[in-house]
Write a new protein. Structure first.
Length: 137
């Protein structure tokens, strides 16, 4: 069955991308944090930078891993058990994502202005002194 093997490989590729995004993102987040600390000598600013950048990376990784689970479930033999397992995994990852977003922003999503992941990363990079200034609007 060529089709089934192909989609299994796609699901594994999504898993690798999701985990790789978290690992590489952690390294980048630490680098940005060290640059922020070197520029500001403020532990509080550096810590906030690490929380924002690594939190965004974890959110991205979780979303990619949810995609991997969806590919696995949609391309497997349909069963109620598989659907329930997928629903539970998506629910857990959604709660984790929501909790991380609240932790990063400090407020519930419906109580804050629209802040996207790239804007958070751009602010963190600007604090680290890379010379780029994020848009204020």
């Amino acid at each position: 069955m060529f089709g089934h093997e192909f989609f299994d490989a796609v699901a594994v590729a999504f898993e690798v991308v999701g985990v790789s995004a978290m690992v590489i993102g952690f390294i980048v987040a630490v680098g940005i944090t060290l640059r922020t600390w070197a520029k500001t000598r403020s532990g509080a600013t550096a810590f906030r930078t690490l929380r924002e950048t690594f939190g965004g990376v974890i959110l991205l990784g979780l979303e990619v891993l949810v995609a991997a689970d969806l590919v696995k479930t949609v391309t497997s033999t349909p069963s109620l058990t598989d659907a329930l397992v997928l629903a539970l995994i998506v629910l857990i990852r959604t709660v984790l994502s929501f909790s991380l977003q609240v932790e990063i922003d400090g407020v519930a999503p419906w109580r804050r202005a629209l802040v996207t992941g790239p804007e958070v990363l751009a602010r963190a990079a600007a604090r680290s002194g890379d010379g780029s200034q994020p848009n204020a609007g």
